[in-house]
Design a protein around this ligand. Structure first.
Ligand SMILES: Cc1cc2nc3c(=O)[nH]c(=O)nc-3n(C[C@H](O)[C@H](O)[C@H](O)COP(=O)(O)O)c2cc1C
Length: 329
């Protein structure tokens, strides 16, 4: 088994459809250290997506499956058909993906109506079948992981689902500590992550609501995990994973007594760097504007940027960047 992706404590960049695409992965992995990124989900229906679709979602596959900062990108597949998922997983591995992650958490009603994502949390035996099939299809040294919410509506369902995933041969589990029915509402059940971690023999990555350094410390105390996946918090403060990694790789107790705080971002250079990476991928002006507004909205949620209110009505990129520059002086 290839364990090198989790061979030291650290942070993983979360898959976020329409958010952590290749330019954002490039920017974030350049700004903070990550063990790896997980791609936005690639949907596998009754057809297995061809090579060009996989490469469109994950252009890094054309560069050894690595971001420009040499951070591996794991491919996430979403679907319910074991054979189609296996076929796609094998194709992704042949293209250079470092590992396969299977999505058992997506709460989108369209996805759930089509028997994908979090709906599978209701049927532990199907989680077993899917992971077993993909595990059997790809070479032994390639990790096959699963990302799960705690349950459809009952957070305690995670205990049986995690057991089935382990029995099926999953290499590690990422747990978003909420149910499907919660959406993104509180509470986030970090204590369940510890219980699962203590119940099973494979690594567990903790995920959900780590927006700042204090959240991380609390999540660390409640879960005791060595690995943390950050999504919205990584967008809201691109330096947060760096601060977390420093702590995770030092003596934990000492580090928590003397917390390292994540410095607040200077947004303009980060936005320019993002535009640089997105320009390389031939994205449109509309794309830039939409993505910067989306990004500043996440940052506003964490109070790490005051810009969203100022730019939300910007009509074009120049106006938007000028607003940010003018406000920073
Ligand atoms: C806009 C958006 C898109 C997401 N897309 C995916 C996805 O493609 N695959 C997945 O497993 N989770 C997806 N998630 C869930 C995140 O990976 C993560 O589990 C969740 O946001 C909780 O972590 P956070 O509080 O650090 O953001 C998405 C979340 C958001 C907000």
């Amino acid at each position: 088994m290839n364990w090198s992706l989790l061979n030291q404590p650290g942070v993983i960049l979360a898959p976020m459809e329409g958010v952590t695409d290749a330019p954002m992965r490039a920017l974030l992995t350049e700004t903070s250290p990550y063990l790896f990124c997980v791609s936005e989900f690639i949907r596998v229906t009754d057809q297995s997506p061809p090579v060009h679709v996989l490469q469109r979602y994950v252009p890094e596959l054309k560069c050894g499956g690595l971001t420009p900062s040499q951070v591996p990108v794991v491919i996430q597949l979403l679907g319910s058909h074991p054979d189609r998922l296996s076929e796609t997983a094998l194709r992704a591995i042949h293209l250079g993906a470092a590992a396969i992650d299977l999505n058992f958490g997506c709460p989108a009603p369209t996805v759930n109506r089509h028997d994908g994502g979090a709906t599978l949390l209701k049927t532990p035996h199907r989680i077993f079948e899917i992971i077993s099939a993909v595990r059997a299809a790809v070479p032994k040294q390639i990790p096959v992981s699963a990302k799960l919410r705690l349950g459809w509506d009952n957070p305690n369902d995670i205990f049986i689902n995690a057991e089935k995933a382990v029995d099926a041969g999953a290499s590690w589990l990422t747990l978003h500590a909420r149910t499907r029915m919660q959406g993104y509402a509180k509470p986030v059940y970090w204590s369940h992550i510890r219980k699962v971690r203590e119940q099973i023999s494979i690594p567990v990555i903790a995920n959900g609501d780590i927006w700042n350094f204090q959240d991380f410390i609390q999540c660390f105390e409640e879960t005791g995990c060595e690995h943390y996946m950050l999504g919205r918090g990584a967008l809201a403060n691109p330096f947060l994973p760096q601060a977390i990694t420093q702590v995770l790789r030092r003596n934990f107790t000492l580090a928590i007594q003397q917390p390292t705080s994540a410095s607040l971002p200077d947004w303009r250079p980060l936005l320019e760097r993002f535009i640089h990476f997105a320009s390389d991928s031939g994205k449109s002006q509309d794309y830039f504007l939409r993505r910067i507004k989306q990004w500043m909205k996440f940052a506003a949620l964490a109070s790490s940027s005051p810009y969203f209110e100022q730019i939300k009505r910007s009509q074009n990129l120049t106006e938007c960047l000028n607003q940010i520059s003018n406000s920073s002086h």
